[in-house]
Design a protein. Sequence first.
Length: 324
Amino acid sequence: MRRYLLVLLTGLSVFFVGCGRDGEQAAAGQVIQNFDANGYARRTVLHGVPQRVLILYPGAAEAMLELGLDEHILQTVGAYGSEPPELAARFAELPKVRAAFVPAQEEVFALQPDLIIGWAHNFSSQELGAAQTWQARGIGAYIVPATLPGRSLTLEDAVYPFLRDLGQMFGVEQRAEAYIASCRRQEERAMSQVADLPVATAVVLQDHGRSTYSLYDASYLIDDVLAKAGFANLVRRKTSMVGPERILAYDPDYLVYVSLPGKDGSDLSEEDALGLVNANPDLKRLRAVQQGHVIVIPFAEVNSGNGRAIDALNRLVTGRIRNR
């Protein structure tokens, strides 16, 4: 009987140790609620403040610079165009990832990061592999919420929580909250400027050349930014690589043109971007183009996933007021 009880207690202790392992791991550091590449909830467990952060999404590097976390950035991918003037010099000084797109796993191991921050697709089987796998290796993995597929993204559930997560991860909660508060004030100010205007329809278009275009649908963060600026996005479902006839069929009140960087990597001026639109035989047939209802937003502001979404909001509001 005594031997039986000893075996039973041993088994129970193994059971409870196994069940409590996640709790012990969480107790060893801090836990951030995050996601896997498919958008399912998972946790990022960090053992202390990350000191060597590998960034595969430039919007994360920008956000860290905004919070004064320059020294924690090990390497980052290049910018998606011109950086905000107040960040440009500091971003230029950051070490850059050598790979054209995503480094191989071997390169990541060689860098010895303690945290990887990236797009959702960076942690797919085609790229770096599952975030959980990196976590098991002792390397934190964090997916920027604004990059999650198949969901409606807003400033409230994607951008502000991301900034708050950075504040928690690096122990700068007050800086993060102050930055969020600043963004919210700008957001409210912009929305108040168009509150009395009727809703206008719009499409958000990116030109890939050779009469091929992609349209930003309701699953992108820009959809929420459009709504806050008093626009209704006509594209509700995923619509990529379409021809001009599909675009003409939407017949929006406004064309929001996503401007890609020039050959030197810098954003095009608004004048140059408008010149491309007006010279495009496909686009100049649009009613919005003929009426001068074109708003240019740089690619980086549409795809930043951070406070630069407020810059996009201000551009939309300015364009709406200018043409009311």
